[in-house]
Design a protein around this ligand. Sequence first.
Ligand SMILES: [Zn+2]
Length: 369
Amino acid sequence: MNFAFQIGRIAGIPVRLHLTFLLIIPWVAYIFGQVSEPVFGKLYGFGAVPEPTKWIYSLAFAILLFACVGLHELGHSFIARRYGIAIRSITLYLFGGVASMEEIPRDPRMELQMAVAGPLVSGLLGLILIVLYTQIAPLMGEEHPFSIFLWTLGVINLILMGFNLLPAFPMDGGRVLRAWFATWMPYVTATRRAAAIGKIFALMMTMLGLFSLNILVLIVGLFIYMGASEEERVTTIDVSLEGIRVKNIMSFDPRTVGSEMTLRQLMEIMFQEKHRGYPVVDGSVLTGIVTITDLLRVPEDQRESTTVEQVMTRTIYVIGPEDEASAAMKKMTAQSIRRLPVLKDNRLVGIISREDLVRAIELCSERGT
Ligand SMILES: [Zn+2]
């Protein structure tokens, strides 16, 4: 369960709300209902607006603020789509949006344009709102809640732009930095540099959050740190496996078992051959996969009378011998499985395991550094 539900589609891209998001809306509304400070001499926040009007405005503000975050993400997505990268969805979380795309482009110019697009949208929204404010405020008065609304939403969009442009990878500014590094150094090195700088920023933010007892800053710092580590890891794996195909590292002619075999027989085979899982083949058709976990679920005294067919997994994810090894990695990670049968023309020709991939990564990790 991933605690997110779809609210609609924009230009064919599913837009989803994360459950944390439902908590943040009233919270943001509450905060902006308290704040009232002059920013460049104009009122920012609805603290000075009388109740209950202020709550209506600050709630509308909170909702529109996250709509603006959604537009920021759409900005990234549109550029990505123009380059033919598929966008799976946009999810709005507690701290902003995440556009989930098939892959992040390895081409620095493409990544640069994509990274800049989001902050550009925020900046434009900010400018439009502030221009609107300069038109509306003289008519309605600067103290009018609607004037305050335009000004506050405009200013926060500019803050969003500035914050996202911090060179703290994996935030947008950090991606710009990586793209720039990648124009004169290998991609993995560029990612490591950008991630290192991102981690320094994250640590500084975490410290700042700790000392000023600002939980929000603390959490954002931790998020950036985790994000930087994760992207660094994924990129290293991707680049190490570049150009390696499944057939280069898979085991050929894997040992298979029949579905009518008893679990006791299976256990003996596992002991002898020290494999943790086997494809189940009947005739020449792959019908399932059975692993040591399936076996251990059955109590010992029942293994004599239970067959492989009763415990095997029937939903089989497979891969082709000509596919990229990194695709096998992605499939295993996405499905949390440890091995994939390799099929060619519907015939089982091999099996690829996580161990095969890890070995390949270790052997090739010096590449691209
Ligand atoms: Zn962004």
